[in-house]
Write a protein that binds this ligand. Structure first.
Ligand code: PEP
Length: 255
């Protein structure tokens, strides 16, 4: 199986943007803009917009995801949301390990693993984010670091469960900065991730798993990034907040 046979996925990460009212407006614009897309299209919205997003996208090709999930099933965790709560709403995907959660909310490789396993156990599809910061890239430890993040995030995840796992390579220095990794840098790390997957699960799982790039992907650079053999889609922040910009990336992924 090669790139043509893998599922290309473009996922929007709305972060802490859009009220539920604004989300409904954006979804109304997105539905016609991405209709008939040649790739899977996911929108990951704040918790407050998930119910409306699920309702509005029913019967369309838009899939809905959350941006985080707690690892316990239920209990005294004020302010948290469980995987079962997401599933009950009709949510299909969840992001784990986003660098903003690692940076601002004390997320560690271990908690990324716990969230990933809890989400998979509940039947969610998980977009696991990994990536180096600028200092780590400059120190030349990108590949080692991403290998470690990937291995720890997937600890205890079975080969069968890997059907519901997407890995997003997101260099922290490229997120929200307008500074995109070159297509060669994206390819190099996405290929390294696929190599770790082969070591962990065998070649069949590695070649079947979608590996995305994320970090200032936009309509202008999407074609070149998505043309690389190990880049199977994108996780999109800023450009996912405008229907036309997001639709242009979706179109690039469908080529
Ligand atoms: C992200 O938040 O995952 C992301 C890639 O953001 P941006 O596209 O804005 O860099």
């Amino acid at each position: 199986m090669d790139k043509q046979n893998r599922k290309a996925i473009i996922a929007g990460n709305w972060k802490m943007n859009k009220t539920a009212t604004e989300a409904a407006e954006l979804i109304d614009a997105l539905i016609p803009a991405v209709k008939g897309a040649g790739c899977e299209v996911v929108i990951c919205t704040p918790f407050t917009s998930l119910a409306a997003a699920v309702e509005k996208t029913r019967g369309t090709n838009l899939h809905v995801g959350a941006e985080n999930v707690h690892f316990e099933k239920s209990g005294a965790y004020t302010g948290e949301i469980s995987a079962d709560m997401l599933v009950d709403l009709g949510v299909e995907y969840v992001i784990t390990g986003h660098s903003e959660r690692r940076q601002y909310f004390a997320e560690t490789d271990e908690t990324v693993n716990k969230r990933t396993r809890a989400a998979l156990a509940a039947g969610l599809k998980v977009i696991v984010c990994v990536g180096e910061n600028l200092a780590q890239r400059e120190q030349g430890v990108t590949e080692e670091l991403v290998r470690l993040q990937t291995k720890i995030a997937l600890g205890g995840v079975s080969a069968e469960e890997m059907k519901n796992v997407v890995i997003a390579y997101e260099p922290v220095w490229a997120i929200g900065t307008g500074r995109t990794a070159t297509s060669e840098q994206a390819q190099e790390v996405c290929a390294a991730i696929r190599k770790v997957l082969a070591e962990l699960y065998g070649q069949a799982v590695a070649t079947a798993t979608t590996v995305q790039y994320g970090g200032s992907m936009n309509a202008a650079n999407a074609d070149e990034l998505l043309a690389k053999p190990d880049v199977d889609g994108g996780l999109i922040g800023g450009a996912s907040l405008k229907a036309d910009a997001f639709a242009a990336i979706v179109a690039a992924a469908g080529k």
